[in-house]
Ligand binder design. Structure first.
Ligand SMILES: [Zn+2]
Length: 117
């Protein structure tokens, strides 16, 4: 078990080289962190309909994805309404990816206790 953890852990420059999305050196980043960050940036964030910035969030536990979120209007709000995309109006409508992920977990009755985001 100990050996597996060491083998799966990337540190500093190695982690940075492993993924263009990880700039967190000198923090210890596991290969699973890298995988989830890549999934977040390359997939989940791309689901956002925000025209200026697309952000994703993934909540994970024990190497499994609990839920996802991205910045955008709350579920059920019409995003075809142009006014809701204009500043400063959009600030009243758009929710960050992180709280959206937590809301999605709650909606499904999933606990985020002990999870990583
Ligand atoms: Zn945010």
């Amino acid at each position: 078990m100990e050996t597996e953890i060491i083998k799966d852990t990337l540190v500093g420059k190695e982690a940075k080289r492993e993924s263009q999305f990880i700039y967190a050196a000198p923090y210890v980043i596991s290969k699973w962190d890298v995988r989830f960050m890549e999934f977040t940036d390359l997939t989940v964030a791309q689901w956002s309909k925000d025209r200026s910035s697309r952000v994703g969030a993934v909540i994970v536990k024990d190497r499994e994805i609990v839920t996802t979120g991205f910045n955008g209007l709350p579920r059920g709000c019409n995003d075809d309404n142009e006014a809701r995309h204009e500043r400063p109006e959009k600030y009243s409508w758009f929710i960050h990816a992180e709280p959206n992920a937590i809301i999605n977990a709650a909606r499904q009755g999933k606990s985020t206790l002990g999870c990583d985001m």
